[in-house]
Design a protein around this ligand. Sequence first.
Ligand SMILES: C[S@@+](CC[C@H](N)C(=O)[O-])C[C@H]1O[C@@H](n2cnc3c(N)ncnc32)[C@H](O)[C@@H]1O
Length: 156
Amino acid sequence: MNYTEPYIPTPEDIIPKMLTLASVMPDETVFDLGSGDGRMLIAAARDFHARVVGVEVRRRLVRECRRKVKEMGLSHQVMISCRNFKKVSLRKADVLSMYLSSYTLYLMAPKFMKELRPGVRIVNFDYPIPDWTPEREIEVTPAGWRKPHPIYLYVM
Ligand SMILES: C[S@@+](CC[C@H](N)C(=O)[O-])C[C@H]1O[C@@H](n2cnc3c(N)ncnc32)[C@H](O)[C@@H]1O
C-alpha cells in the first residue's frame, strides 16, 4: 500500500459523537490509524478515560501530537508511533476510531479481519468500509459545514 491519505482533521465537534457511537469505556484501548495531530487520541484519553494508541506517518504531526499530550498531562494514557499503520498490530484494540477513505479501508479490511477480536468496534467518519454492513450509521453536521455527513459503526 503506497498510497498515503492526505491530512484532513476530523472536525472537533464530531469526535465525541464518534467515541460515543463506539461506546468507548474507561480503560479500553482505542486506536486511531492515521492519528494526525492527535485530536481523536486526546479526546478519548481525556474525556473517555481510555488508553489510546495513535499511528501516524507524518513526523510533523507526530511531534505536534506528542507536545500536546505532554502539555495536557496525558502521556501515561497515550502511545503514539511514527509508522505505517499497515505494519502495526491491532490485536490489543477494543475500538478503532478513524477518518480514512474507503479505498484505504478496503485495503485494510483483510488486516481487520485477521487481527481484530470479536466485539471490537470500528467507527469511521464520512466513508464506509466497502462491502461491509454497518451496525449503525448516523448523520452529523460538523460546525461550519453545510451538509450532514455519516459516521459508520461496525462491530467485529
Ligand atoms: C484524514 S487524516 C485523519 C487524521 C486524524 N485521524 C483525525 O481524525 O483528525 C488521515 C491521516 O492518516 C495519515 N496516514 C495516511 N496513511 C498512513 C499510513 N499508511 N500510516 C500512518 N499514517 C497514515 C495521514 O498522514 C493523515 O494524518
